[in-house]
Design a binder for this molecule. Structure first.
Ligand code: GUN
Length: 597
């Protein structure tokens, strides 16, 4: 996987020529409704999933697949994943094939990603039954690796409804080192709208699996659930829903599913419905109608993926997920469950985003991002966390009058009032600022110095302000806005204050000061010698050269690139957190701004 864009745990990656998040439509080679070629050319589908067990069991298909290869047989030039028959075990109770046989078969027909024969864990299983199923899956996984050849191998994470066993399975399967990790055993949960249990399963997988490996949510076909799953870093989905719902005369729409018989007006446009009214469709022969409905449902599903990708690029995935979670009370419950894991999720949160913090409801104040802000504010004794979400209800008499702005995030030092997210947020409340006397007891110059130091402490760590701005300070302001733009100390340009988010971009001189003031590891990304020589010339850092890093690094942070002897090599912006930097073997992890020649 190569990380291209991210917003929290949600990510757009490149994997084997396709982009994630990606929806693989399920193709049943016995009952093709929309041809794979059509999917590829008209629907933007570049990966699909089909069932190798069905092919294996159907002599005509088995022979063709072995002779022509799977890609030719399906006439599909994109990525093809195959499943193994485990789902048939779930539906029918048994399969006639062994793990070795089905893995070899998938390899021989040229599947790009094959799946081992895992043991499906049902929601009603006891913990002991689930544990046994996981252990057997791991045993078969090791066996499957021997027969996979060049095919990528998927190792499903089972665990039913038990988060602890999901964690156990993730650690176990992670050690076996598969190429691809589906989360299995969730179909019966999805069917009963037990989304809160599904998000727990996803979080356990994301916590304990190598973050550089793709994660697939098996059988989560309804687009309603895609935003929450993508928010948690799910990379692949498969969908039989587009065809299952079509056969049931149901249409998928962004706000829910509708029966054709109940529709008077189509609430959304799709190319498939263009020439028809609901009445036309009802009057149509079944086969023709099923195809049109399947096409419509596929368009809607693909579009949801596009909206998610757009939200990731715009860095609005949390807001988007919150809005989408309002579609069904069980989704909202699942979203609230996600927020319980904010300590883990915060490790992927940047300190600022392209867009303002938008409040969509009381859950917004529980986002992991807010946890990060509060942690960084704790160093200021003027910060008081108020009862949220009604900041104005605080007893103003008890608030230190000297220096704080009242914001929905709590009382914030006045010096931070222009920094993200305090100035870049939208709330449905009237702003009620306490106008403090702080400014009045200082000169304008003294206040500016207090301001740059507090911003540095908030952005980097306590003490960063003193380290960066020790000496003869010259503050350069914008002629148009009067806002601080650049800070020069003892004749050296230390940092620029960004207009967008009121946080600093470090210059080399500033980086050197932080490097001197903070001991090894703090703010650092340690690279090997091969990399260092390029980074000194201003080239970006690639994760495969990272030897270590400061655990507190978050995506978007300013970081010091150093060699093994802790010589400063470059300054840049982290694209990943430290864990990801250590695990990814492909792609950039620090965008270098300046190298130390
Ligand atoms: N399809 C839906 N769920 C599963 C699962 O748990 N395992 C496999 N192999 N395929 C599935």
């Amino acid at each position: 996987m190569e990380l291209k864009h991210r917003d929290g745990l949600a990510r757009i990656c490149k994997f084997r020529g396709v982009e994630t998040p990606n929806l693989m439509p399920v193709v049943n080679p016995n009952k093709i409704v929309i041809s794979p070629r059509d999917m590829y050319e008209r629907f933007g589908v570049n990966a699909l999933i089909t069932n190798s067990y069905i092919i294996w069991k159907t002599p005509r298909l088995r022979e063709r697949a072995l002779k022509e290869g799977l890609h030719n047989m399906l006439d599909f030039p994109g990525l093809i994943m195959t499943d193994s028959g485990t789902f048939q075990q779930h539906v029918y109770g048994d399969v006639e094939v062994t793990n070795k046989q089905i893995v070899e078969f998938q390899r021989d027909i040229g599947s790009d990603i094959g799946t081992m024969l895992d043991v499906f864990t049902e929601p009603h299983y006891t913990e002991e039954e689930v544990k046994n199923a996981i252990d057997e899956t791991a045993r078969r996984g090791k066996e499957a690796k021997k027969y996979k050849g060049n095919m990528l191998l998927a190792g499903p994470i089972q665990g039913s409804i038990y988060p602890k066993l999901r964690a156990y399975a993730s650690k176990l399967m992670n050690r076996i080192d598969f190429d691809y990790y589906p989360i299995g055993g969730v179909v019966p949960l999805m069917e009963e709208y037990r989304y809160a249990e599904v998000v727990e399963a996803i979080i356990m997988a994301k916590k304990y699996l190598d973050p550089s490996k793709p994660v697939h949510l098996f059988g989560a076909g309804h687009p309603m659930f895609f935003p929450l799953a993508a928010l948690l870093g799910v990379d692949f989905f498969d969908s039989a829903a587009y065809i299952k719902y079509a056969r049931d005369n149901r249409l998928l729409f962004p706000q829910g599913t509708m029966y054709l018989k109940e529709i008077k007006y189509f609430p959304y446009y799709s190319p498939a419905l263009e020439n028809y009214t609901p009445e036309d469709l009802r009057a149509m022969p079944e086969e023709k109608r099923t195809k049109i409905l399947a096409e419509h449902n596929l368009y809607m599903s693909m579009e949801e993926i596009n909206r998610i990708k757009e939200a990731i690029i715009e860095e609005r995935i949390w807001e988007y997920a919150e809005i989408r979670a309002r579609q069904h009370p069980q989704l909202l419950r699942a979203y609230r469950k996600i927020l319980k894991h904010r300590r883990f999720l915060e490790k992927f949160e940047p300190k600022s985003r392209k867009n303002a913090f938008f409040y969509t409801g009381e859950e917004s104040m529980q986002r992991p991002f807010v946890l990060g802000i509060k942690r960084r504010l704790r160093q200021f004794d003027r910060h008081v966390i108020l009862e949220l979400p009604r900041p104005w209800s605080a007893n103003l008499e008890t608030i230190p009058k000297d220096a704080a702005v009242n914001t929905p995030f709590g009382l914030v030092p006045l010096e931070l009032e222009d920094s993200y997210p305090f100035a870049q947020s939208e709330f449905p409340w009237e702003e009620r600022k306490i106008v403090p006397e702080f400014k009045e007891i200082m000169s304008a110059k003294e206040f500016d110095i207090a301001k740059i130091k507090s911003i540095a402490d908030y952005q980097f760590a306590k003490g960063a302000g003193d380290a960066l701005f020790e000496g003869e300070i010259k503050i350069i302001k914008s002629k148009n806005t009067g806002k601080i733009r650049n800070v020069v100390v003892d004749g050296e340009h230390i940092a620029s204050l960004r207009a967008e988010d009121g946080l600093f971009t470090l210059k080399l001189a500033g980086a050197k000061r932080l490097h001197r003031a903070f001991a090894f590891h703090k703010f650092r990304v340690i690279v090997n010698e091969d990399s260092a020589q390029f980074n000194r010339q201003g080239k970006n850092v690639f994760s495969k050269f990272v030897m270590g890093c400061d655990d507190s690094i978050r995506p978007g942070d300013e970081v010091l690139v150093v060699d093994r002897e802790d010589n400063l090599v470059a300054i840049g912006k982290a694209i990943m957190n430290c864990w990801e930097m250590k695990k990814f073997s492909k792609g950039m992890c620090v965008k270098v701004r300046e190298g130390v020649e």
